[in-house]
Design a protein around this ligand. Structure first.
Ligand code: 13P
Length: 252
C-alpha cells in the first residue's frame, strides 16, 4: 500500500508575512488528517518561517528547487544541504523551470542524485506540452523524462522518489486532465517506465501524483484511481479551505 501524498507548490507566491498567515490558518486543519503525507512547498525565503510554524506537527516541508553542487561560486543558488536544514522534500524538474529556466533531463537528473544524497525526497515533475499531446507524443515525452531524470539511481534510492505527472496544458489553466486520462498515463507510461528501469517491485512502491488544475471539487475523483497516489497542487494550495478539502479527499 502506498501512503497518499499531497503537496502544495506555492510557486512564486506569498511574502513571509503572508506565508505565516496562510500556514497559521491552514496548519491546524491539515495537522489532524493523519493518513496522508502532506507537504508544503513555499518559496525559499519563507521556508524558515513555515518551518517554525509547523515544527512538531506531521506536516512536511519542501523546497521548489536546489542546485546539485554542494557549495561554492554559484550565485543565487541553494545547495542540497541548505535545503535539508529545514526540509525533507524538494520539487525538481517542474515544467516552469524547464520552460523558463533552462532545466533539462540532465540537470534534473543531477539534482535528483544530489537531493537523495542529502537525504531529501525528490518530487520529480514530468509532463507533455499541449503541442506534444496533440501530436500523440505523450508517451514518448513522459517516458523519456522519467527514464532520463531517474537515470543511474539504484533500486533503493529510486523507491524513495515521488513522481508527479503534470501535463503542461493542465497547469494553471483550469483544464484538468480527466481522472481516466491521468490514470492511463500513470499506469501505462510512468509506472511502466519505472518498472522497465527498476523492476516492478520498485515501480509499485513509487508514489505517482497528478498535478494540473486540481481543486477542491475535482480532487476526490483522482484518488479513486489505483495509480494516482496523490496530488501536486498549485493555485488551490494557496487557499486554506481548498487545500484542506483536497487533503481530506486524499484521506477518504
Ligand atoms: P495548478 O494546480 O495551479 O494548475 O498548478 C499545478 C502545478 O504546477 C503544481 O506544481
Amino acid at each position: 500500500m502506498r501512503t497518499p501524498f499531497v503537496a502544495g507548490n506555492w510557486k512564486m507566491n506569498k511574502t513571509v508575512a503572508e506565508a505565516r498567515e496562510l500556514v497559521s490558518v491552514m496548519g491546524k486543519g491539515l495537522a489532524v488528517i493523519n493518513n496522508v503525507e502532506i507537504v508544503l512547498c513555499p518559496p525559499f525565503v519563507s521556508i524558515l518561517a513555515v518551518a517554525n510554524l509547523i515544527g512538531g506537527t506531521r506536516l512536511g516541508l519542501g523546497a521548489q528547487n536546489l542546485h546539485w553542487e554542494e557549495k561554492g561560486a554559484f550565485t543565487g543558488e541553494v545547495s542540497p544541504a541548505m535545503v535539508k536544514e529545514f526540509c525533507n522534500y524538494v520539487i525538481l524538474g517542474h515544467s516552469e523551470r524547464r520552460t523558463y529556466f533552462g532545466e533539462t533531463d540532465l540537470t534534473v537528473n543531477k539534482k535528483i542524485h544530489a537531493a537523495l544524497k542529502a537525504g531529501l525526497t525528490p518530487i520529480v515533475c514530468v509532463g507533455e506540452t499541449l503541442e506534444e499531446n496533440k501530436a500523440g507524443k505523450t508517451a514518448q515525452v513522459v517516458s523519456t523524462q522519467t527514464k532520463e531524470g531517474l537515470q543511474g539511481l539504484d533500486a533503493e534510492s529510486a523507491a524513495k522518489v515521488v513522481v508527479a505527472y503534470e501535463p503542461v496544458w493542465a497547469i494553471g489553466t483550469g483544464l484538468a486532465a480527466t481522472a481516466d486520462d491521468a490514470q492511463q498515463v500513470h499506469c501505462d507510461i510512468v509506472r511502466k517506465s519505472l518498472a522497465d528501469q527498476f523492476g516492478s517491485d520498485v515501480a509499485q512502491k513509487i508514489r505517482i501524483l497528478y498535478g494540473g488544475s486540481v481543486n477542491a471539487a475535482n480532487a476526490a475523483e483522482y484518488f479513486t484511481k489505483p495509480d494516482i497516489d496523490g496530488a501536486l497542487v498549485g493555485g488551490a494550495s494557496l487557499k486554506s479551505d481548498d487545500f484542506i478539502a483536497i487533503v481530506q479527499a486524499a484521506s477518504n
